[in-house]
Design a protein around this ligand. Structure first.
Ligand code: TRP
Length: 334
């Protein structure tokens, strides 16, 4: 038996988690914890790189995200859940990494470039935002992560991390840092209820894990479908129709889903019938999650205690790596 592989992922606590997070990463974390040494980070310091003006929002969502984790079955006995900003080794590692990457390289990170566009920063990009990929490299390497299970948009972050690891190890003739690998989630990205490519917490097109059955019903009723499917008799399109994408992701009765798709494509199946079925499927999926979440939310103190314990474990690991780095650099003075 070899040593367990280390897996690390994180989320920015800027809102509650939704079905897109479940499909894209939460479900795989629940699996991964069974045979990996897993760390899950609540990336509050990274969230502040673009929400510096709303620290209370970041703070409040730490508890919300933790509740989401626990409710879907991320088990604190198997997974170390911790808060990024409470790990002082991370910014120190980042300081050393910043000397190993050029400004020009940072400007060409495709994910950062796209986010600068989206956020409309123009020339006024916060410096902390520009360098957050280096902070993320510290997150990953502090825990010597072998695998980082993330979505496609995070690939450039892992590439930058690999570059930094190689550069550090070569420059300081050491092998203390571990090169991480991306593990892409198998499921395609979940579209928004409005049919847009991505479900996003700020896009108003998300179904949250904490949503009440009434909220879910409203959102499903208003879902985008095939805009050309005007009358029940008309043949409808299944591709690019989020109602069917969600059924593919959440319905266990595959035969029924295939029947519905065939019927819809033939014509004669109304949107409301498919939506009713989707609602049943989603309620059945979300019910136990919401109930567990409500139960846990009654005692936020215990949830914070779990985060405190996880953060304590994480600090030991990160401090050890930092010490090894300083030793390799010859700057561990005493
Ligand atoms: N950048 C990630 C996101 O936006 C969050 C994150 C922070 C992360 N640190 C990480 C992901 C380390 C994986 C590994 O979702």
């Amino acid at each position: 038996m070899g040593k367990k592989l280390v897996a690390l992922t994180g989320d920015r606590p800027t809102g509650k988690l939704h079905l897109g997070h479940y499909v894209g990463s939460l479900a795989s974390r629940v699996q991964i914890q069974e045979d990996h040494r897993q760390f899950v980070m609540i990336a509050d310091a990274q969230a502040l790189t673009d929400y510096a003006h709303e620290p209370e929002r970041v703070r409040e969502n730490i508890l919300q995200v933790a509740l989401d984790y626990l409710a879907v079955g991320i088990d604190p006995k198997k997974t170390t859940i911790f808060i990024q900003s409470m790990i002082p080794a991370l910014p120190e590692m980042m300081m050393y990494f910043l000397n190993l990457v050029t400004w020009n390289r940072l400007k060409h990170n495709p994910t950062v470039k796209a986010e600068i566009q989206q956020k409309g920063y123009g020339e006024e990009v916060p410096a902390g935002f520009m360098v957050y990929p280096v902070s993320q490299a510290a997150d990953i390497t502090a825990f010597k992560a072998d695998v980082v299970p993330v979505g496609e948009d995070q690939i450039p972050m892992i590439e930058q991390t690999v570059e930094l690891v190689r550069k550090f190890n070569r420059m300081y003739r050491t092998d203390v840092l571990v090169e991480p690998k991306v593990v892409l989630s198998k499921v395609a990205r979940l579209p928004g209820t409005d049919g847009r490519e991505k479900m996003g917490k700020s896009l108003g097109n998300a179904i949250f894990l904490a949503d009440s059955p009434d909220d879910v019903a409203k959102k499903v009723k208003g879902m985008y479908t095939d805009p050309n499917h005007l009358r029940v008799e008309d043949p409808g399109k299944v591709e690019g129709n989020p109602v069917f994408t969600y059924l593919d992701a959440f319905a266990s009765d595959r035969i029924k889903v295939e029947e519905l798709k065939a019927h819809y494509q033939r014509g004669g199946l109304g949107d409301s019938v498919v939506k009713k079925y989707l609602l049943d499927v989603l309620i059945a999926f979300l019910d136990p999650i919401r109930k567990k979440r409500e139960e846990l939310a009654k005692d936020p103190g215990s949830v914070m205690d779990l985060l405190r314990e996880g953060t304590c474990v994480a600090n030991d690991v990160a401090d050890t790596t930092l010490k090894q780095m300083r030793q390799a650099m010859g700057i561990l003075y005493f």
